[in-house]
Design a protein around this ligand. Structure first.
Ligand code: CAA
Length: 380
């Protein structure tokens, strides 16, 4: 067993850290205030290979492993979780789904641009009445011979307004339950595909979240991914990898808040000494350091499982469940350590605290992760 990162992983970490510090940090408060999507930064992340980290270079990707992906996600998320969710969805839910399940023509047409950052992708599963209960899809895709006709509504879609390519999960035969669901590739601008207003969110405000409406959208048959009826398993498998990305995001949010709190506690004086010397603060730092390290081990274990070709449904759910809990609890502690300054935007920890909450909700709530884990335990 080896707990050390390789030279290559360390170089990737340093590159992501440097990008986050020099490019993401300067405008992060402004983007959060104004809910501004980081267009030019997304382009730069594409040039650095962050948008198709695990994709084969023959499809425009960086050909790196899942551990590298987790490292990049952690480093970006320490500074800007809005930017990192765009990265996570593009990598895990869109590029991975296409590379693993799409045919060669679909890969050539869509994956190459998505992996190199020339296009941005969105993943559309959630609906007003099908969030956690993903088999209850109300969006329909009716087979019309050479095309499908898609009708319905998708909610809370990350990069919903800015994406170019959308993977849409819809029901083709409701009598077949989860086996009557398919995944389709849609493009922005298809007639009948409307983008609703942007959501005004608590956190990850620099990302772009919309409701999408499909009214008789004609989607060519060649845009269906995989065999007929394979869409639910496609979505579940893709989400398992997505949970590694979001677990790494949660880890980064927690680690970012911890690093700020540690630094602050070594500078701020009260009762005649730096506040880190007071046990009330020192014990908080000890808990944060320990639990963040434990979260990092779960994240790396899930990424390693994926790299080894092992099943990672359970390990990714465990990583996401734990890392998101650590992120929520320790960003609150980071605000507390900062006292009044923690409540002020320029100290960054209040934003990290707001951003942490979504990691317990998207790509499956904490309760959904417990369903996945408990079913896995019982099956073992
Ligand atoms: N891999 C492959 N197949 C899987 C699978 C997996 N990980 N999980 C389930 N399946 C298969 C099952 O084997 C089963 O197949 P059979 O019928 O052939 O046996 C079929 O799918 C149905 O599975 P279940 O009976 O387990 O389905 P369920 O209705 O009980 O639901 C669930 C399972 C885990 C609760 C699932 O609905 C779930 O994960 N829900 C959460 C959805 C979610 O994460 N949404 C997030 C939206 S995306 C997002 O947030 C992106 C963003 O913008 C950031």
């Amino acid at each position: 067993m080896n707990f050390s990162l390789t030279e290559e992983h360390l170089m990737i970490r340093d590159a992501a850290r440097d990008f986050a510090q020099t490019e993401l940090l300067p405008g992060v408060i402004e983007r959060d205030n104004t809910q501004t999507f980081p267009d030019s930064l997304v382009r730069k992340m594409g040039e650095l290979g962050f948008l198709g980290v695990m994709v084969d270079p023959k499809y425009g990707g960086s050909g790196m492993d899942a551990i590298s992906y987790a490292i990049i996600m952690e480093e970006l998320s320490k500074i800007d979780a809005s930017a990192s969710v765009i990265v996570s969805v593009n990598n895990s839910l869109v590029c991975y789904g296409l590379e693993a399940y799409a045919n060669e023509e679909q890969k050539q047409k869509y994956l190459t641009k998505l992996a190199s950052g020339q296009s941005v992708g969105a993943f559309c599963l959630s609906e007003p009445e099908a969030g956690s209960d993903a088999t209850s899809q109300r969006t329909t895709a009716i087979d019309k011979g050479d095309h499908y006709l898609i009708n319905g509504t998708k909610n809370w879609i990350t990069s919903g307004g800015r994406a170019d390519v959308y993977i849409v999960i819809a029901q083709t035969d409701k009598h077949k339950g989860s086996h009557g669901i398919n995944a389709f590739i849609l493009e922005k601008g298809m007639p009948g595909f409307d983008i609703g207003p942007k959501e005004d969110k608590l956190g990850i405000r620099g990302s772009d979240t919309h409701t999408l409406q499909f009214n008789d959208v004609k989607v060519p048959k060649e845009n269906r991914i995989g065999d007929d009826g394979s869409g639910f398993r496609f979505a579940m498998k893709t989400l398992s990898g997505g949970r590694i990305g979001i677990a790494a995001q949660a880890l980064g949010i927690a680690a970012g808040a911890y690093e700020l709190a540690l630094k602050y506690s070594k500078e701020r004086k009260a009762f005649g000494t730096e506040i880190c010397n007071h046990q009330a603060i020192a014990f908080k730092l000890a808990d944060m350091h320990t639990e963040i390290e434990a979260a990092r081990m779960l994240v790396m274990r899930a990424a390693w499982d994926k790299d080894q070709g092992y099943n990672y449904d359970m390990s990714s759910a465990m990583a996401k469940l734990y890392a998101s809990k650590v992120a929520m609890e320790h960003t609150v502690e980071a605000v507390q350590i900062h006292g009044g300054n923690g409540f002020v935007k320029e100290y960054h920890v209040e934003r990290l605290m707001r951003d942490a909450k979504i990691t317990q909700i998207y790509e499956g709530t904490s309760e959904i992760q417990k369903i996945v884990i408990s079913r896995g335990i019982i099956k073992e």
